[in-house]
Design a protein around this ligand. Structure first.
Ligand code: MLT
Length: 433
């Protein structure tokens, strides 16, 4: 492998180290560039810039590979349980039976949320978007667990406040939803596993027994695993950036929730369903909307297609599409929106316009269809993404702290006014604009 890169800039030639990862990815280390040359690089959106070294998730955008700590998402979704994957992301290895049962119990012990946090939740208007409520309540958790503010907690303290957040987020999310639909909150059920308990808290109505459907729990388990981490995406980079200032884990995760909320990121799954429903309301003519998507003068945009890093297909979409089929057929649900989604996908994947532009279904395209089948409303879809992504955010934050990453502080190229003198206000009208 070439050891150095040669850069010639401003009449100066310097050598820059080349680094290589365990999957043979190559990067030019420019950490000394400005000190040696006074020059910085520019890369808007950091699409060609590695922000860190990480041992958590590897993805290959060209080959459509996604692995957590070396395990493929195909294996993890087909053979694993979400809490096993959470443990793997946080600690680097799959748990053995003893480790798993302790982790499971530690989480069950922490699912209850302080009643005063529920009172805060109750004060939000019922129409508030669940993501805004979720980020507010996660930040508010700091007030109930002030020890999480310590920048250098012990291993035991750090373990406890990570477990608290993993345990409490579904409870907070379910309370947010129940408030949104004007129904009384449900408290966690000790006898249910992580995904069944979440469905229970979302759906149990007063005076009715509620037993989560195992098909729904299995599908949710798979969806949460598929969303668990995705290397340095927008919300994870936000969590790392906020955490790099020694802000608490809960403050960092609250920031990550807000970054995920955007329709260009986690909000895309909500936007996909809204798009499919609008096509259905318009009469379901997929070809009409394919033509609109191609028309530069038409504001209609196809949501859920293409990806910043996957160049041929999103491996998660393949798994979720199969799951959508299984869940709807096992639950006996005929969803016209799924039929529209499939027709849209088939048309797009056979049309050179979309093939040439690498516009293939991504993770958001089918996930909303499963959430609908599980009875989860559209405005909760991004909250589901946040629950899935939480272990990835925590693992990346933990890695950033353990590797003592410096505070994030990118540079810029200034393009504003050059130096000019201050003019007294009474003189300003006289100065030529
Ligand atoms: C994600 O899973 O975070 C999304 O695919 C976005 C991304 O990776 O950029």
């Amino acid at each position: 492998m070439q050891e150095k890169a040669i850069l010639s800039v401003n009449g100066q030639e310097i050598e820059l180290p080349i680094v290589q990862g365990t999957e043979n990815e190559i990067a030019v280390d420019i950490s000394k560039l400005r000190a040696q040359t006074g020059v910085v690089t520019i890369d808007r959106g950091y699409k060609n810039t590695g922000a860190t070294f990480s041992g958590i998730t590897f993805l290959d955008g060209e080959k459509g590979i996604l692995r957590y700590r070396g395990y493929s998402i195909e294996d993890l979704t087909n053979k694993g349980d979400f809490l096993e994957v959470v443990y793997l992301l946080l600690f680097g290895e799959l748990p053995n039976e003893e480790q798993y049962s302790k982790f499971f119990k530690d989480i069950k012990d922490q699912e209850i949320v302080h009643e005063r946090l529920k009172k805060i939740s109750d004060e939000f208007p019922s129409g508030a978007h669940p993501m805004g409520v979720l980020s507010s309540l996660v930040s508010a958790l700091t007030a109930f667990h002030p020890n999480t503010l310590k920048p250098h907690a012990s291993e035991e303290e750090a373990y406890l406040y990570m477990v608290k957040l993993i345990a409490k987020l579904p409870t907070i999310a379910a309370w947010t939803y129940r408030k949104h639909i004007g129904r009384p909150a449900n408290y966690p059920c000790r006898s249910l596993d992580y995904t069944s308990n979440f469905l229970y808290m979302l759906n149990k109505m007063p005076n009715n027994e509620y037993t989560p459907n195992p098909i729904a729990s299995k599908a949710l388990n798979q969806l949460l695993i598929l969303h668990a981490d995705h290397e340095q995406n927008c919300s994870t980079s936000t969590v790392r950036m906020v955490g790099s200032s020694n802000a608490s884990l809960y403050a960092s995760i609250s920031a990550g929730i807000n970054a995920l909320w955007g329709p260009l990121h986690g909000g895309a799954n909500q936007a996909v369903i809204e798009m499919l429903e609008s096509i259905k309301e318009d009469g379901g003519d997929v070809d009409k909307f394919i033509a609109k998507a191609k028309d530069k003068n038409d504001p209609f945009r196809l949501m859920g297609f293409g990806h910043r890093v996957y160049k041929n297909f999103d491996p998660r979409a393949k798994l979720i599409k199969q799951s959508a089929d299984d869940v709807l057929s096992q639950l006996g649900i005929k969803d016209p929106v799924l039929d529209i989604a499939k027709k849209l996908e088939e048309t797009a994947l056979s049309d050179p316009y979309f093939i040439d532009r690498k516009l293939f279904p991504n993770v958001d395209f089918y996930s909303g269809i499963i959430y609908r089948a599980l009875g989860i409303p559209t405005e909760m879809f991004t909250v589901m993404f946040a629950i899935g992504r939480l272990p990835g955010w925590i693992a990346q934050w933990k890695e950033m702290r353990e590797t003592v990453e410096p505070i994030g502080r990118p540079r810029q190229i200034y393009t504003g006014e050059v130096a000019r003198d201050f003019v007294e206000i009474k003189e300003r009208d006289l100065v030529a604009q």
